[in-house]
Design a protein around this ligand. Structure first.
Ligand code: ATP
Ligand code: MG
Length: 385
């Protein structure tokens, strides 16, 4: 495998707070970020994202473990001698300097001649779609424009790696969406490796090539967006990214890659075992996303129509690739694109189901009280400890 652009090996960082207590901000984290990759560190507040980024940048010394940049250990190398630049959430622009002076600043510090620095600064401002504002001061720009200046300043000396700490956090939702798209385009255009910190799961899913999901100082799972969404390896990841139903039970047996889970009332469900910690006879949950579940009424004309369709189909008989749970609709909310149902599956089993509204208006909705069968593909669920 090619040398990673950034490698973090068993990084641990402890702080001592004011009362003398040791806080382990990062706990034995290992990551390898590929050259040219858009890599997201995703997790809730306080999980150690910023500390990890600061250790890569050289603003924090690891308590143990090491950071390698393009295969080279950088222990003791100060931030400005590392081939990385950082974009902070608050932009950290110099208010008394013009935009161009802000962007040129690093180049001037590196003793690049004034003409050359000016030319490259203007190039960088073009790159972030901000031509012609070089003479203004940051205070005369909008939030989104200031964000672009911060980016231009970080890009101007073409670092190997750009570290971004919630760079869009200060922007309103609409501007953030637009900037997400622009940033992604820019990253592909310049081909610089991005390590991007966010607590916004949607942002990570839409922008990143791969995501590391962090919790309490640990990197719980690393993978492409669809892998962490579709095949979460822990309850935390399943819960943090998107919405998930958890059906509690006991792992009765393993059947190859599948786990057989017995629910409290004796029913069983099968699903792929994702969590290496799930032990036979241990408490587990079957996790399944609301949009993976299909609902069929068990009586009435709709049910008859479905039975007729199934009888004329090529297979017939119960489909072993499907899981089924019977229940009753207790809530049905029309939300435009989807209808969101709450299903009472009996014995403490509750499901949220999202069904796309293919029919107009309320026409296709199942009313409250309808007896239903909830079905999903066995491989669309996960057994998690
Ligand atoms: N200098 C410090 N001294 C003491 N504790 C610290 C210090 N810096 C960070 N911490 C603690 O380390 C933990 C991780 O902090 P960090 O800033 O890395 O979290 P984060 O994931 O970036 O959170 P957020 O999303 O809120 O920015 C937190 O509990 C934080 O309080
Ligand atoms: Mg942070």
């Amino acid at each position: 495998m090619a040398t990673p652009a950034v490698e973090v090996r068993r990084l641990t960082k402890e702080f001592v707070d004011r009362r003398g207590h040791v806080v382990r901000a990062v706990d034995d984290v290992s990551l390898a970020v590929r050259e040219g990759e858009f890599f997201a560190l995703l997790g809730p507040s306080g999980c150690g994202k910023t500390t990890t980024l600061r250790a890569i940048a050289g603003f924090e010394d690891p308590t143990s473990g090491e950071v390698l940049l393009r295969g080279r250990p950088v222990q003791g190398v100060p931030p400005f001698h590392r081939p990385v630049n950082t974009v902070f959430q608050d932009y950290a622009l110099f208010p008394h300097m013009t935009v161009r002076q802000n962007v040129m600043f690093g180049l001037r510090m590196a003793r690049v001649a004034a003409d050359e620095a000016r030319r490259r600064a203007d190039e960088a401002l073009d790159l972030v779609h901000l031509p012609g504002v070089g003479e203004r001061r940051p205070g005369q720009l909008s939030g989104g424009q200031r964000q672009r200046v911060a980016l231009a300043r970080a890009l101007v000396n073409r670092p190997a790696v750009l570290l971004l700490d919630e760079p869009l956090g200060a922007l309103d939702l609409k501007l953030r969406k637009a900037m997400q798209y622009e940033l992604k385009q820019l990253q592909q255009q310049v081909g610089i490796t991005f390590v991007y910190v966010t607590h916004d799961q949607e942002e990570a899913l839409t922008m990143a090539d791969r995501i590391a999901v962090m919790s309490a100082g640990k990197a719980l799972q690393v993978g492409p967006p669809d892998a962490v969404y579709e095949r979460p390896s822990s309850r935390f990841v399943a819960d943090f990214i998107g919405e998930t139903n958890f059906i509690d039970g006991v792992l009765e047996a393993r059947e190859g890659a599948l786990g057989i889970v017995r629910l409290a009332d004796g029913r069983t469900l099968r699903a792929p075992l994702r969590d290496p910690d799930a032990a036979v006879a241990g408490a587990v949950a079957v996790a399944v996303r609301p949009e993976k579940i299909d609902l069929a009424p068990t009586s009435g004309p709709a049910a008859q129509a479905r039975r007729d369709a199934a009888a004329s189909g090529p297979t017939g008989g119960p489909d072993m690739r499907l899981s089924e749970l019977r229940g009753r609709v207790v809530e049905a909310h029309y939300i435009g694109t989807d209808t969101r149902y709450r299903i009472d599956g009996g014995d403490g089993v509750a499901l949220v189901v999202r069904v796309q509204n293919q029919l107009a208006g309320f026409e296709g909705m199942l009313p409250r009280g309808t007896e239903v069968v909830a079905r999903w593909r066995v491989d669309h669920a996960s057994v998690l400890a």
